[in-house]
Design a protein around this ligand. Structure first.
Ligand code: 8YV
Length: 321
């Protein structure tokens, strides 16, 4: 019976399904396995179910004894895994695309609304019981910017970007996008394409990042690109922290070079740059883009199904390599 390590707690049903077919080591306490510990234990396993929290880099792969055959990641992103090393060691890697598109799109809309309507400040005011001390000034009190009818610029019009665009249209938002390639008319669905990011940014009331973390997308929003946004612009990120240069975004927010930001992801999570916490115009979430019962179950099941397919010589459902 192949041995499978599950590095973090996944949905109960998925754990049960896995146990029916494999010799499974679960992480019931859900304590993160430190990198050195993971490297020590992984050689006992034929397969692993991983998450974005595991460091599966060159070190991990260089210590393998040949037993491990597949890593099934619970997550669409796999920037925590050295794909080059996996390829060299002929280890299959799978991820969980599509099942989280809607949940991440919901989070995108949530951030758009929260950042533009000052929800962080408003919520903190009520929770701290300070509302009663405020003057209900009709033109100043918690006044934000409308979302309806505004232009949303999407960086990376992939599966998640397109669903976020569709949801934003419910607010009458106009969609423009920057992508490596222009999409077919059907996939564009009325969105305007820009082949150059610098040309799109001045036209954005909101800009939302939906690219994977790659060397090409590292700091795609930096001092130079952020300076092209209008002063009322709002930056949204549900992809990966590495797409943003923190110093540049913090400078833009602190000095009101843009209006606000709504961020679900950060560099060096969960130890985000503390300067973000001091800003009224930055609405922050703890990387919960895909965090719904339904989505986490679907992601967990997909990882388990990939493991099942691999050990039963069936085609993988969602192969990275
Ligand atoms: C995961 C994510 O929760 O899918 C992704 O890429 O960022 C999240 O949905 C996280 O990576 C844990 O694996």
């Amino acid at each position: 019976m192949p041995k499978i390590l599950v590095s973090r707690k996944i949905s109960d049903l998925a754990e049960e399904k896995l146990k029916n077919e494999f010799d499974v080591t679960l992480n019931l306490k859900d304590e993160p396995i430190p990198e050195t510990e993971l490297i020590k234990i992984i050689n006992d396993y034929d397969g692993m179910i991983s998450t974005g929290f595991d460091k599966i880099g060159e070190n991990f792969f260089s210590n393998l004894n040949g037993k491990l055959k597949i890593i099934a990641q619970v997550g669409v992103g796999y920037d925590n895994i050295s794909i080059k090393s996996a390829e060299q060691k002929k280890i299959k890697v799978t991820n969980t695309p599509n099942v989280l598109n809607e949940a991440v799109a919901e989070t995108t809309i949530l951030l758009i609304l929260a950042a533009s309507r000052r929800i962080g400040e408003a919520y903190n005011l009520v929770r701290s019981d300070n509302w009663k001390n405020q003057k209900p000034d009709l033109t100043k009190f918690m006044i934000g910017n409308s979302v309806t009818g505004k232009t949303l610029g999407i960086i990376g019009m992939g599966r998640i970007g397109r669903i976020a665009a569709k949801s934003a249209k419910a607010f009458g938002m106009k969609i423009i996008y920057y992508n490596r390639n222009k999409l077919s008319e059907e996939l564009e669905d009325g969105a305007k394409y820009y082949s150059d990011l610098n040309s799109m940014l001045p036209d954005c009331d909101f800009v939302s990042i939906h690219t994977p973390a790659t060397p090409d997308t590292k700091h795609i929003l930096n001092a130079s690109t952020l300076s092209l946004l209008p002063k009322h612009a709002v930056v949204i990120n549900t992809s990966r922290g590495s797409t943003i240069d923190d110093d540049a975004l913090l400078d833009a927010l602190e000095n009101k070079k843009i209006y606000a930001a709504g961020l679900d992801v950060f560099n060096n999570e969960p130890n985000l740059d503390k300067r973000y916490l001091k800003l009224d115009n930055c609405f922050v979430l703890p990387h919960i883009g895909s965090a719904t019962h339904e989505t986490r179950l679907a992601m967990s099941m997909m990882a388990v199904d990939n493991i099942h397919c691999f050990f039963n010589n069936k085609p993988l459902i969602s192969k990275v390599i």
